[in-house]
Write a protein that binds this ligand. Structure first.
Ligand SMILES: NC(=O)c1ccc[n+]([C@@H]2O[C@H](COP(=O)([O-])OP(=O)(O)OC[C@H]3O[C@@H](n4cnc5c(N)ncnc54)[C@H](OP(=O)(O)O)[C@@H]3O)[C@@H](O)[C@H]2O)c1
Length: 267
């Protein structure tokens, strides 16, 4: 594995296994994006409500990286017209297409069939290469599939050893749907865990690096956010060590359905 390692999607395409999250990436967004691309990050995750889309576009242009060499994920909101919103967000980013458009979260009224139909049309019209969901339970995904026949390529959900779901992992494998972990560093809230610290110490790595590596070895993608240069460098330096089966089992054992946002909406 290396930073270019990609996971196969249920379409014919692939998605880089590691990316950069940009919620609250407010401190020189464009400069941070350009630095990340230079360091080797190949996936950037955003959403309109992060306010980072214009800065991401600027950072990409500044970096000079070819369009085919990076992967852009953004999201439509519950109250959006998904098709029109996709066009608007591409305008903010200054891009012709997204690699992956997600429904940010299911609307309160149901699974969001109309949003999903709008994204299907956006895909058909070339505004996005692939489509997926975020914060979805297996039940809601089933209802989207029943309504349209279209299986989401990705479910982006909060996911770390402290909060994950074996049922969701199994469901993802069954449907060939990739799980992309958000808040994979628990927003810093569990980095001082003793077990995590022991495993990190054994490998001469940081707790954050172990949390990222746990995802990579499970075949789940991850989008850690980092504004600080030292964090950007550290989080991509995860391809030169391997967690043992025992390390993985100990990390799996930390699951307590912890959520740094308050609740795991899928579990
Ligand atoms: N779909 C959704 O509903 C949803 C919800 C939440 C998040 N997300 C996405 O997932 C991304 C990541 O999640 P997140 O931002 O909530 O949390 P996170 O990635 O778990 O944690 C980010 C925090 O950890 C710090 N950090 C980064 N690298 C570190 C390291 N090596 N050591 C110690 N601290 C480190 C960052 O500091 P600095 O920034 O100061 O470097 C920041 O304060 C978001 O940015 C967003 O793109 C999606």
């Amino acid at each position: 594995m290396d930073p270019k390692t990609a996971l196969p999607l249920n379409t014919s395409r692939n998605m880089p296994i590691l990316g950069l999250g940009t919620w609250q990436l407010k401190d020189d967004t464009a400069g941070t994006i350009a630095a990340a691309l230079e360091l080797g990050y190949r996936l950037i995750d955003t959403a309109v409500d992060y306010g980072t889309q214009p800065g991401i576009g600027e950072g990409i242009r500044r970096s000079g990286v070819e369009r085919s060499d990076f992967y852009l994920v953004t999201k439509v909101e519950e109250t959006d017209d998904a098709y029109e919103a996709t066009r608007a967000y591409l305008g903010e980013l200054g891009l012709d297409y997204a690699d992956l458009m997600l429904i940010h979260r299911p609307p309160s009224s149901g699974p969001g069939e109309d949003l999903w139909r709008g994204l299907i049309k956006a895909k058909e019209d070339g505004l996005t290469r692939d489509i997926g969901v975020s914060n979805y339970s297996t039940d809601r995904i089933d209802r989207l599939i029943d309504a349209t026949g279209e299986v989401p390529a990705v479910n982006q959900i909060e996911w770390s050893p402290f909060g994950y779901s074996d049922d969701m992992l199994r469901y993802g494998r069954e449907k060939n749907m990739v799980i992309q972990a958000y808040s994979p560093l628990t927003r810093g809230k569990r980095l001082d865990d003793t077990t995590l610290g022991e495993i990190a110490g054994k490998h001469g790595k940081s707790p954050a690096q172990v949390l990222i590596r746990w995802n990579l070895q499970r075949g789940t993608a991850a989008v850690p956010k980092a504004n600080q240069r030292a964090h950007l460098e550290e989080n991509i330096d995860v391809f030169d060590f391997e967690l043992s089966e025992d390390d993985m089992a100990r990390l799996d054992g930390l699951n307590e359905r912890f959520s740094s946002l308050g609740r795991l909406p899928y579990a």
